[in-house]
Design a protein. Structure first.
Length: 248
């Protein structure tokens, strides 16, 4: 089998996660390079084409072999993993070692997602949803292809793969009505799992973004989202939907 070793740039490895691959103990492979420059991005070291401290793919495979029987899954995150010419080969290698595989993507690479799903290389996919499309570039600071993004959603739903769409919220970038517009689009696409993540202050690419307090979205918005998605998740260090009073 052709190996992905010379075609995948690895910028980091997280040995163990219990949150990035639902239902699996997993390791995370962070690939190097991204096509976007999101203002809230906290993976700035992974954005450029060259990793400060790159890992060889062989060393990643050796690491995973040592953990067979303990780790259940491998997550490909980034950066943007779909930019890697060796991603599909790397996924095949990981699957041949007996691991389940997950992909975290910004959602603009339908051909790669389609090919991976056609071969059943993925068991979970998480897709960023940054903004209503009219506002997308104000956050990503790079042009994006709305048609390609829509195709990815269609491919995911048609395949029936476990998935999550996720939005990082900073109230200076997204309003409650923006979020509801995005929810409309997700519902139209029949996406059933949606997560809202509170902006993490400190490491953001755009250092002018101020910290965010617990009321970064209105309680009423969160309740509406919970009612609209069978799988709704709120990721915040200081607020949960259940802790909020139902707005009148
Ligand atoms: S947050 Fe944006 S810039 Fe950062 S890795 Fe993800 S898609 Fe790329």
């Amino acid at each position: 089998m052709k190996k992905g070793s010379d075609k995948i740039l690895v910028g980091g490895l997280q040995p163990l996660t219990m949150i990035d691959f639902p239902g699996r103990l997993a390791s995370v492979v962070f690939t190097q390079g991204c096509n976007l420059r999101c203002r809230f991005c906290y993976n700035r070291t992974l954005l450029g084409e060259k990793a400060a401290d790159p890992l060889s793919w062989e060393s990643v495979i050796d690491f995973l072999r040592d953990r067979q029987g303990f780790i259940e899954g491998v997550v490909f995150s980034g950066g943007e993993p779909c930019l890697q010419p060796g991603l599909l080969d790397a996924l095949r290698e990981v699957r041949e070692l007996g691991f389940d595989a997950a992909l975290h993507t910004n959602g603009f690479f339908p051909d790669i997602v389609e090919a991976a799903l056609a071969e059943r290389l993925l068991q979970f996919i998480a897709v960023d949803f940054k903004a209503p499309f009219e506002k997308y570039q104000s956050i990503t600071r790079q042009p994006v292809d709305r048609v390609a993004y829509g195709r990815v959603a269609d491919i995911i739903v048609a395949a029936g793969i476990k998935h999550e769409y996720r939005t990082t919220v900073h109230p200076g970038l997204l309003s409650d009505s923006d979020i509801m517009l995005m929810a409309d689009w997700l519902e139209e696409k029949k996406i059933s799992n949606y997560a809202i993540q509170k902006f993490k202050y400190g490491e953001a690419l755009d250092q002018s973004l101020p910290p965010v307090n617990a009321s970064f979205l209105q309680a009423a918005t969160l309740f509406k989202l919970r009612a609209r998605f069978t799988g709704f998740t709120l990721r915040s260090d200081d607020v949960s939907v259940d802790s909020l009073k139902q707005a009148a």
